[in-house]
Design a protein around this ligand. Structure first.
Ligand SMILES: [Zn+2]
Length: 110
């Protein structure tokens, strides 16, 4: 399964239409908070300890503004954010894992 359409709705809701016809709405804040890159999700050091990302106490301007989505091969998209963060690569598999955590009722295309 792969996405056939991406649509940003009112800058706060990313709608993805999948090849089997179902639709997922990703709240944009959630989409950023689930950024799969190492600096957002923490890296494992050589001893196996997880280094957690540094948490900023205040919201960074533009953090939740999705500037662009760029295809990466035919398996993922790269997101660029208003705070210039651009290392998040969202594979289709990861998007479907996120979807499973969203707890939404499925919607069918008309
Ligand atoms: Zn990130």
């Amino acid at each position: 399964m792969h996405p056939v359409e991406f649509k940003l709705i009112e800058k706060r809701d990313l709608r993805i239409t999948w090849s089997d016809g179902h639709i997922t709405h990703y709240p944009i804040q959630r989409f950023r908070d689930d950024c799969p890159c190492a600096s957002c999700q923490g890296e494992t050091d050589i001893f196996g300890a997880i280094k957690m990302p540094m948490q900023l106490p205040i919201a960074v301007p533009g953090k939740y503004e999705l500037t662009s989505l760029t295809p990466v091969g035919n398996y993922a998209i790269a997101a660029v954010w208003g705070d210039r963060h651009d290392s998040g690569i969202y594979s289709w598999e990861y998007l479907l894992q996120m979807e499973a955590r969203l707890d939404q009722t499925p919607e069918e295309t008309a």
